[in-house]
Structures are given as structure tokens and as C-alpha cells.
Design a protein around this ligand. Structure first.
Ligand SMILES: Cc1cc2nc3c(=O)[nH]c(=O)nc-3n(C[C@H](O)[C@H](O)[C@H](O)COP(=O)(O)OP(=O)(O)OC[C@H]3O[C@@H](n4cnc5c(N)ncnc54)[C@H](O)[C@@H]3O)c2cc1C
Length: 413
């Protein structure tokens, strides 16, 4: 009987194994750790943000490849996989989908049931050292070698080992893009954010891809017909000030775009355009002439953040605003509160690795390696990452389901 090996019992490997076994193919999952699905338990702060109701391929680093995969397996099929599996889920803000139980363990429990019902053999504590093509009785296949020196042959192999895969798990002629961690807090210069640690704001982040963009953004205060042409990366959502810099969803998303040495700008009032910011500050100044600059800004921002903005603007926080030009400067700084990025806060805390096997070597409708029929790669092992909000698990499920089905077709044909 045809056999498929799935290397890695994480998100993508488990759904790949379920889909392959449901097609009647003997399927074995080899997991290095002592239990499957361990990383899933840590996702979404233990709640597991399994997907997003508004998933868009543009929010991945390889949008064409992801779009082609989502054409082969639309997002609704992933949702159906989980509802058919018995998982009740709930859509929250910004389309984020969580298990109704609010517990990542529920997702693992349901996957475990599906594995058992489909007859998938699970071998935990079985780290794989290498995967290499072989020929047995005139038939092409794959030899899986384990760290303990043993080996087994299979008709097809699905490599689902997560980010930064070890060498030897695919043939050397498959192009590998070096990895680095993304989706993490940003270490920045801290001079302007001292004392803000622990404060959360809802903000928009953007970069200084072109320094001219920054001054452009303020042209429309002077010229109402001017439209800024800033087209660089942006990230919106929670920003949490930390001792080392910034964290929170928007900072995590921006970590996919920013490089050390670049400035990241925080728009602390993202719902107001520049003119509205100026108008509000100046109107409040006229209405409350005895209030200090800090007190005026404290009606718009958490008081410690307000003080930091006024200080960064070079205005005395404990004196009243005296001229409209000061209101313009305060509005400008509240829209472009700049921090120089030094790097990722803690690479070990990063949620995803950018890099991995280059996608151009794979068929997005099957996840099969173009050079090596019978070899499939899924999830984060490929050079694909997405933004926060369920995108990375959605990619794991999508690529895993596609690979499981395609591998089963491949060994049965
Ligand atoms: C703290 C944290 C929170 C996250 N939260 C979310 C979230 O809420 N939503 C979201 O969309 N994404 C989230 N992510 C990202 C998401 O978890 C990953 O993108 C996803 O798990 C990748 O799935 P995968 O199958 O490619 O790899 P993994 O889930 O990493 O699974 C790989 C598996 O392979 C095993 N393995 C590795 N090497 C070998 C080997 N040689 N032999 C045998 N087994 C091996 C590993 O032990 C592991 O079990 C989070 C990540 C982290 C770290």
C-alpha cells in the first residue's frame, strides 16, 4: 500500500496528514517533540487566532504564490474543514477568527480526533535528520532518516517542519532564502518614550521610505488640495510602549517591513487628518487659554504620551500654547512621532521566520517541488509570512490541506 510521511506535527503537517489519510493513503506523522501541535497551544496568547474572515493575499510577502494557492483552496474551504471537524469558531474584531472556547487546546483536541478518525499514525519523539530520493523495486520514492540512525521508505514526503528548517530535509538543489525573525516588538531609541512603558495607544505606523513623504504629508495643512503620495508600508492597531521600544499588533506587523536604522513614525491620532488635528488643538487653546500645552494635548492622548509629544515638539509642556504655529507643530509631531529602529526586540519571541524554501521551486496548486515529484513542502518552511491576525495559521492550514490532497493523488496515480 502507498505510504506518505509527514515530517512535523505542527499546524500544516497535521492538516496535511488528515487530508492525505482521508483519501485512503497510509499516512505517518513524525514529530520531533514529545507531542503534536505544541506550537498551536501557544498561538494567539493561548487562544489561537486560527484564521481571518477577510484574508487577502496582499498581506503576505509572496502574494502571487499565496493567491494561486487560495485559488486552488479558497479560504471558505479552510473554514469548512474546521466546522466539519467539529470546531465552533467565532469572528472577532478585524475579521480575526478564534475557537469559540477561546482555548487553543480545543483546536489541537479537534485535530487529534480527526487524525485518529482518519487513521493517521503519529510518531512523537522522532526527529528526522534527512529526506532523500530513493529507488525501490524500480519505483521512485523517498527515504526518511531519523536522528537515531534508523530509516524508512515512503512513496511521498510532506516536509512541514516550520520556520528555519534544518539542512538535509530537502535535496540541496532546492533554493533556500536565509531566514530572519519577524512579527515581534521593535527595539528603538528610547529618549522620547522614557516613562511610557506599559501605555497602549491605537495608532498607525509608517516608515521613512522617502524622507520627502514626511514633509509632503504636511503640505495639505498649507494646501488643502495636496494629496500625499506615501505608498510605503503601514500598520494599524495597538501600539504598546515598552522599555526597549514598541510592541503590540501594529509594531509586530511593521517588523515585517522595517530594517535597523530606519525611522518608524507613529500617528497617534490616526482618525484625524492633519488639518483636523491642527484645528482641534488650536480651538482648544483658544477655548482654554490658561491650560498648558500638556493639558491641551491630554484631552487627545494619554497624559504621559501627551507630555512626550509636547517635549518632542520642543514646546514647554507646562506653559500655554501661544501661537497657531505651535498647534501645527504639535499636530505634526502627534502624526509623526518618530523612533529610530534598532532591530527586533527578542528574536526568540518572534512569531514567524521570514525566509525558507524559495516558492518559485514549488507548484502553488499542489505544494509539490517542481524538480522533485513526490516531495511537498508546507507552512512556514516555505518563504511565506503574513501579517498578524490569523494569516500565518491560515497559510499553514491552506498549504497543508493542498499538499495532503495532492500527495494522496500523486501516490495513487
Ligand atoms: C507565540 C506565537 C504565537 C502565534 N500566534 C499566532 C496566531 O494567533 N495566529 C496565526 O495565524 N499565527 C500565529 N503564530 C504563527 C503560527 O504559529 C505559525 O505560522 C504556524 O504554526 C506555522 O505552521 P507550520 O506547520 O509551518 O510549523 P509549526 O507549527 O512550527 O510546526 C512544525 C513542527 O515540525 C516539528 N519539527 C521540526 N523539525 C523537525 C524534524 N527534523 N523532525 C520532526 N519534526 C520536526 C516541530 O517540532 C513542530 O511541531 C504564532 C507563533 C508563535 C511563535
Amino acid at each position: 500500500m502507498a505510504r506518505i510521511a509527514v515530517i512535523g506535527g505542527g499546524a500544516s503537517g497535521l492538516v496535511a496528514a488528515i487530508e492525505a489519510a482521508r483519501k485512503g493513503v497510509e499516512t505517518v506523522v513524525f514529530e520531533a517533540a514529545d507531542r503534536i501541535g505544541r506550537k498551536i497551544l501557544a498561538t494567539g496568547n493561548g487562544r489561537c487566532n486560527i484564521s481571518n474572515a477577510d484574508i487577502m493575499s496582499d498581506d503576505y510577502n509572496r502574494p502571487e504564490f499565496v493567491q494561486a494557492a487560495m485559488n486552488a483552496l479558497p479560504p471558505e474551504e479552510v473554514q469548512r474543514f474546521f466546522s466539519d471537524a467539529g470546531l465552533l469558531s467565532l469572528e472577532e474584531d478585524e475579521g480575526r477568527v478564534y475557537p469559540y472556547s477561546n482555548k487553543a487546546a480545543t483546536v489541537v483536541d479537534v485535530l487529534r480526533l480527526c487524525l485518529d478518525e482518519a487513521g493517521v499514525e503519529q510518531r512523537c519523539g522522532a526527529p528526522v535528520r534527512s529526506v532523500a530520493p530513493c529507488r525501490r523495486d524500480g519505483v521512485e520514492g523517498w527515504t526518511v532518516r531519523f536522528e537515531d540512525g534508523s530509516e524508512q521508505d515512503f512513496d511521498a514526503v510532506i516536509v512541514s517542519v516550520g520556520g528555519a528548517p534544518a539542512k538535509g530535509l530537502v535535496p540541496d538543489d532546492i533554493k533556500y532564502i536565509p531566514t530572519h525573525p519577524v512579527l515581534a516588538g521593535l527595539k528603538t531609541d528610547t529618549a522620547n518614550i522614557k516613562g511610557l512603558s506599559g501605555i497602549r495607544v491605537r495608532a498607525r505606523l509608517y516608515l521613512d521610505t522617502d524622507p520627502a513623504d514626511l514633509s509632503d504629508a504636511w503640505m495639505d495643512v498649507v494646501d488643502p488640495d495636496f494629496e500625499s503620495d506615501y505608498a510605503g508600508p503601514e500598520a494599524s492597531g495597538e501600539v504598546l510602549f515598552r522599555d526597549y521600544g514598541i510592541s503590540g499588533i501594529a509594531a509586530f506587523d511593521m517588523s515585517r517591513h522595517v530594517r535597523p536604522g530606519q525611522m518608524v513614525f507613529i500617528d497617534l491620532l490616526p482618525d484625524l487628518d492633519p488639518q483636523q488635528k491642527v484645528d482641534f488643538i488650536w480651538e482648544q487653546t483658544i477655548a482654554h487659554p490658561n491650560r498648558t500645552a500638556c493639558q491641551i494635548m491630554s484631552g487627545m492622548l494619554p497624559s504621559r504620551v501627551a507630555r512626550a509629544v509636547v517635549c518632542a515638539a520642543g514646546i514647554d509642556p507646562d506653559e500655554p500654547i501661544v501661537a497657531e504655529q505651535e498647534a501645527v507643530v504639535l499636530a505634526m509631531v502627534s502624526e509623526s512621532f518618530g523612533l529610530t529602529v534598532k532591530g527586533i526586540s527578542d528574536p526568540k519571541q518572534a512569531q514567524v521566520m521570514r525566509g525558507g524554501y524559495a516558492v518559485k521551486g514549488f507548484d502553488p496548486s499542489t505544494m509539490q517541488c517542481k524538480k522533485h515529484p513526490g516531495l511537498f513542502v508546507t507552512g512556514e518552511s516555505l518563504d511565506i509570512d503574513g501579517r498578524c491576525g490569523g494569516y500565518n495559521l491560515h497559510w499553514a492550514w491552506t498549504s497543508g490541506m493542498i499538499a495532503g490532497r495532492a500527495a494522496a493523488r500523486c501516490v495513487r496515480s
